[in-house]
Design a protein around this ligand. Structure first.
Ligand code: SAM
Length: 126
């Protein structure tokens, strides 16, 4: 089965908010045996039992289909054209994907799945 990817449907300017990373919010401890490949850390706590994650398996948004860069070769960083950032919105932590350069129509979107933690395996990524 061909994996889903996301391409710009028009030009996107540097620093544009592209999409929010949405889904069910849960404690990481409840999802440790979950085989979903799209779990996103929402809030890292010093107390691991309080770390929160976003799980887009039941419902989510286009952001869950954006590709990751390969962290193990020099081409990965060159491909990166957006970034995952955490914002406080009305006192709630939200994860947003933001363009890190001008992106032309038709370009595939890529961000670093290992921007904060370094646990997502990307050796096999194109
Ligand atoms: C968050 S999902 C991205 C959407 C996924 N492509 C899909 O069809 O559901 C993460 C999974 O997508 C695949 N993936 C993401 N970026 C990739 C890349 N650059 N090369 C190959 N596979 C990639 C990997 O299988 C990874 O586990």
């Amino acid at each position: 089965m061909k994996p889903y990817t996301v391409e710009a449907d028009g030009p996107i300017k540097d620093l544009t908010f592209i999409a929010e990373y949405t889904g069910d919010v849960d404690y990481l401890k409840n999802r440790e045996n979950d085989d979903c490949d799209s779990i996103m850390t929402l809030l890292l706590s010093e107390d691991p039992s309080k770390t929160l994650v976003i799980c887009p398996d039941k419902y989510g948004y286009i952001s869950r289909f954006i590709s990751g860069i390969n962290n193990h070769n020099r081409f990965g960083k060159k491909k990166q054209n957006c970034k995952c950032v955490r914002y406080s919105v009305n006192g709630e932590c939200r994860v947003l994907l933001v363009a890190t350069r001008d992106i032309s129509k038709g370009k595939r979107l890529y961000y670093d799945y290992n921007g904060y933690e370094h646990e997502y395996p990307t050796h096999h990524f194109f």
